[in-house]
Design a protein around this ligand. Structure first.
Ligand code: SAH
Length: 232
């Protein structure tokens, strides 16, 4: 029951990490989702428990071995497992809120975390791994990427966030960035909360929020507007 995450990693001690606290941690304890971190090294077969080897054709660093990774994947995700198999990778499709929503609506995910220079290409194709990137920069391993992806997914699971609505007005959910937020005190260092927010006029407030979202998106992320942000 719930969203089932299996992470394949050389550093299982990195999990649940940040996902063990706050909303995600409470949801984990409550069984809204589950997390299993499996050590890839347990699937190495030689006496040195090797998980990587030198790159064919030369080049820097080491490459994770396909046979060891395939055994780890097959054990974690036997035939009939409907969960997508993801490989954290800077070459992957950039993670978006839309993808996060799709994942949150599904049964879970099996997430392979790379290390070293990456993984043997044959295991990517033969095990149907979908490469996912968390941005155009290079991490030293996929673990932080997996934590980022799972954090984004778990907060969307039913019952995790107090207000169901607090998901829908957020940045990216309407294709726009969020409007500015204020809370008490009414005056801070001489600056007042915008009067419209205190007016009690719900229509005026909604118009103000929409206009602010559009302004901030145009200023900071015109690429999002070009993609066709939804009007309310
Ligand atoms: N040689 C690779 C980089 C390897 S970095 C290349 O040039 O593409 C080592 C591992 O870190 C990768 O296998 C991947 O699992 C993870 N990683 C690095 N950057 C990432 C990113 N932007 N998104 C997701 N995973 C990333």
């Amino acid at each position: 029951m719930g969203f089932a995450a299996t992470v394949l990693t050389l550093y299982p001690e990195m999990f649940p990490g940040s996902l063990g606290v706050s909303l995600a941690g409470k949801a984990l304890e409550a069984g809204t989702w589950s997390l299993e971190a499996r050590n890839i090294r347990d699937f190495a077969t030689d006496k040195h428990r090797m998980v990587d080897d030198t790159p064919a054709g030369g080049g820097p660093g080491m490459v994770m071995k396909p046979d060891v990774l395939a055994s780890a994947i097959d054990a974690a995700s036997p035939e009939g497992d409907l969960r997508p198999r993801l490989l954290m990778s800077p070459r992957g499709k950039p993670l978006t809120q839309e993808r996060v929503r799709e994942l949150a609506a599904g049964p879970g995910a099996v997430i392979l975390c790379g290390r070293f220079e990456g993984v043997d290409e044959r295991v990517i194709t033969r095990r149907g791994l979908q490469e996912v990137s968390i941005g155009d920069y290079v991490l030293s391993g996929g673990e932080l990427g997996a934590l980022v992806l799972l954090d984004a997914v778990v907060r969307l699971l039913p019952g995790v966030m107090g207000h169901a609505e607090s998901g829908s007005s957020e940045s990216f959910e309407q294709g726009l960035l969020e409007y500015p937020q204020y809370t008490r005190p009414r005056e801070f260092e001489g600056e007042e909360i915008p009067a419209v927010l205190l007016s009690g006029d719900h229509q005026a407030i909604a118009r103000w929020k929409q206009a602010q979202s559009e302004r901030i998106t145009a200023e900071r992320r015109p690429d999002l507007l070009a993609k066709g942000a939804k009007k309310p």
